[in-house]
Design a protein around this ligand. Structure first.
Ligand code: NAD
Ligand code: IPM
Ligand code: MN
Length: 354
């Protein structure tokens, strides 16, 4: 209730196009007593090329004081000579996730009726697909812990070391158990590669077992990441909640999106469960330079990210209204019909408005 200070970071490529639609829907879905006070931050490639800055400390400090963040996407064209590799991804997106302690990267996947799934009828016939990936968001191979020696020579050596702390692993595992406990099937699958990445694997496995003892009502399972790729294609119904590290979680959620209606539908929340800083909501997809500027991007993922934001702020009924509107919109879509980005936003917003 009351006023919500919302930071909006539209970002690059299709980011601003889909964010505009998410805001449109957010405004109509929010309960009357909820007022958004928006501050837009024009961070991203354009700002970097103009100012040489990615995320000035003063801006970061200001964002830290907001209640929530809605982000579109950041990143330029792959291998743009003007953009050092990863400068925006590391300096903006990951910086926010790390600084704001977004240790739960929540990525739900549900195959809504009406959406297009590339799975066979035999696989679809096994039942509903509805699972959520709890991706660790602050550690793993994403910390920048690594380096390169003798760069550009035949003797070059590069390392990218995965960081897995007991503190970081236990808190995300615990969060995943809590989420599993609240779902009808109460099943949690740990996904890793403990057969090869034995050091990191040990800490994940040991803490998973330890926390599991406190959740006797939750069924547990373990699956190697490579086998998860098989099961997502052949038996995705086996998954309820998945908990995994930062990089496995990144990869697994693009496939999860692809089998449940496409990347245009996949929403995510970078959540700080302790609420020591604002959480950040964004589509799973990136800036899509290949279609940017054409207003053909599907804004549904951004719109559903807005629903996750409302849910996080304590308005599950408003979030459910958005989900129901998206579901109705998906059911009404005619295959092959190409709607422009604002048309999709308008259609969903008017369904929310009822
Ligand atoms: P991408 O997700 O941007 O695009 C992959 C493919 O999916 C493209 O063909 C694109 O057109 C399509 N696509 C993505 N979103 C869509 C939508 N809403 N509607 C319709 N089609 C959509 O991934 P990429 O091409 O690997 O990365 C492009 C840039 O985005 C890179 O700079 C990358 O680092 C960045 N990126 C940012 C984020 C983020 O901000 N969270 C996430 C992923 C990638
Ligand atoms: C995502 C993206 C980011 C990630 C990149 C752009 C840093 O792929 O949000 O899935 O790897 O987390
Ligand atoms: Mn990704």
């Amino acid at each position: 209730t009351g006023q919500v200070d919302l930071a909006v970071i539209p970002g690059d490529g299709i980011g601003p196009e889909v964010t505009a639609e998410a805001l449109k829907v957010l405004e109509v879905a929010a309960p009357a007593e909820l007022k958004f006070s928006r501050t837009q931050y024009d961070l991203g490639a354009e700002n970097y090329l103009k100012t040489g800055e990615v995320l000035p400390p003063s801006v970061l400090a200001e964002i830290k004081g907001q209640d929530a963040i809605l982000l579109g996407a950041v990143g330029g064209k792959p291998n743009d000579p003007n953009l050092p590799p990863g400068i925006l991804e590391r300096g903006l997106l990951l910086k926010l996730r790390f600084e704001l302690d977004h240790y739960v990267n929540l990525r739900p996947s549900r195959l809504f009726p009406g959406s297009v799934a590339p799975l066979s009828d035999a696989v679809l016939g096994k039942g509903e697909i509805d699972f959520v990936v709890v991706r660790e968001g602050t550690e793993g191979p994403y910390t920048g812990n690594g380096g390169a020696l003798r760069v550009g020579t035949p003797a070059e050596v590069a390392t990218e070391v995965s960081v897995n702390t007991a503190y970081g692993v236990e808190r995300v595992v615990r969060d995943a158990f809590e989420r599993a406990r609240k779902r009808p099937r109460k099943k949690l699958t740990l996904v890793h590669k403990t057969n090869v990445l034995v050091h990191a694997g040990q800490v994940w496995w040991r803490l998973f077992e330890k926390v599991a003892a406190e959740y006797p009502d939750v069924t547990t399972d373990y699956c190697h990441i490579d086998a998860v790729m098989i099961f997502l294609a052949t038996d995705p119904q086996r998954f309820d909640v998945i908990v995994t590290d930062n990089l496995f979680g990144d990869i697994v959620t693009d496939l999860a999106a692809a089998i449940t209606g496409g990347i245009g539908l996949a929403a995510s929340g970078n959540v700080n469960p302790d609420r020591t800083a604002p959480s950040m909501f964004e589509p799973v997809h990136g800036s899509a330079p290949d279609i940017a500027g054409q207003l053909v991007a599907d804004p549904t993922a951004a719109i559903l990210s807005g629903a996750l934001l409302l849910d996080h702020l304590g308005h599950p009924e408003a979030a459910a209204r958005i989900e129901a509107a998206v579901l109705a919109d998906l059911e009404a879509r005619t295959p092959g019909q190409q709607r422009r980005t604002p048309e999709v936003g308008d259609a969903i917003a008017s369904r929310v408005a009822g």
